[in-house]
Design a protein around this ligand. Structure first.
Ligand code: NAP
Length: 291
């Protein structure tokens, strides 16, 4: 038994997958699920992934030795303010947010002395949401990045790390700001591109739009899957990783302009050189077992 009492604030795709790992491996004596909507809580009971359910944040964290915040990152400050006075001394608070520095800024100042905050980001997910979408193998073979602040309790970091190892993840410890830069290019920009392409197709004339859907297998389909991700979650990611995303977007725009110029000038060599380089990158992603 790793934890006596675990409280999940927000129990959708990520929270419920973590709860499933805890149930599968007997890592927690009691799991409490906290969410706003009755449908979410009823689903947790039906799925057998929580022992107790409540929509009351303060009641959920009472006596919990681990609190997992797994809601869209824009909610984290409000949640931290509400739960802070009710946290057990020595409790560990962790999160799963896709942005780290803004979450640390939002949560850490509110937590009382003696409560340990260990921010985490599992690099795993699907375009589906809610407790029904979760599955315990979600984190298998995937990276989980921890971004504890200097001076964070080492034993608390070890405990969070131990959970993610049980979930099958590979662990990396990183500075939050660095995490946000890496994720801006590996995750946030690709999502932004997918949202743009699918939005542009939707703006096209009605007959062409139908053809886009009909022939989507030729590349567009993968973008529609990514662009189907939760709108609130992604709004919050872009609102909370503004600087890193804008910086990477600037570079991307410059590279896109260079490609545009190559096409206009009939410079096939430049295009082929780039495409050969990107093909090799795909190979290394496959070799790293992240495909
Ligand atoms: P999800 O499936 O939509 O679940 C979100 C959970 O939070 C639900 O239980 C929802 O239940 C609750 N919630 C939503 N809005 C809330 C609010 N304003 N206040 C309180 N509770 C709220 O989301 P998810 O995919 O698990 O994502 C959760 C976190 O994980 C996000 O911070 C995201 O950045 C991060 N993350 C996601 C992925 C991914 O691929 N999906 C990957 C890695 C990390 P109610 O609506 O009933 O309250």
């Amino acid at each position: 038994m790793m934890f006596e009492r675990v409280a999940f604030i927000g129990i959708g795709l990520i929270g419920s997958s973590m709860a499933r790992v805890m149930k599968r491996d007997g890592l927690a004596n009691t799991i409490v699920a906290c969410a706003r909507r009755k449908e979410t809580l009823d689903a947790c009971v039906k799925l057998g992934i929580a022992d107790e359910v409540t929509s009351d944040y303060t009641a959920s964290v009472k006596n919990a030795d681990l609190v997992v915040i797994a809601t869209p990152v824009g909610t984290n400050e409000e949640i931290a303010k509400i739960i802070a006075p009710h946290l057990k001394p020595g409790a560990i608070v962790t999160d799963v947010g896709s942005v780290k520095q803004a979450v640390i800024n939002a949560v850490a100042p509110h937590l009382p002395q003696g409560v340990h905050f260990v921010p985490a980001h599992p690099l795993a997910g699907t375009e589906h949401s809610g407790p029904e979408a979760g599955f315990p193998e979600l984190f298998q073979g995937r990276w989980c990045i921890l971004t504890p602040e200097p001076g964070c309790d080492a034993a608390a970091v070890e405990k969070v790390k131990a959970f993610w190892l049980k979930a099958g993840s590979k662990i990396e410890i990183m500075q939050a700001e660095h995490h946000d830069k890496v994720l801006a290019i590996t995750s946030h920009l690709p999502h932004l591109i997918a949202f743009t392409i699918v939005g542009t197709a939707d703006d096209l004339a009605e007959d062409l739009k139908q053809e886009v859907i009909q022939y989507s297998a030729s590349g567009f389909r993968d973008f529609t899957r990514i662009a189907a991700s939760d709108p609130v979650m992604w709004r919050d990611i872009f609102m909370n990783n503004r600087e890193a995303v804008l910086e990477i977007l600037q570079r991307f725009t410059e590279d896109l302009t260079a490609l545009q110029r190559a096409i206009r000038r009939g410079d096939g060599d430049s295009l082929q050189t780039l495409f050969a380089r990107t093909r090799a990158i795909r190979r290394s992603v496959i070799d790293a077992k992240q495909a």
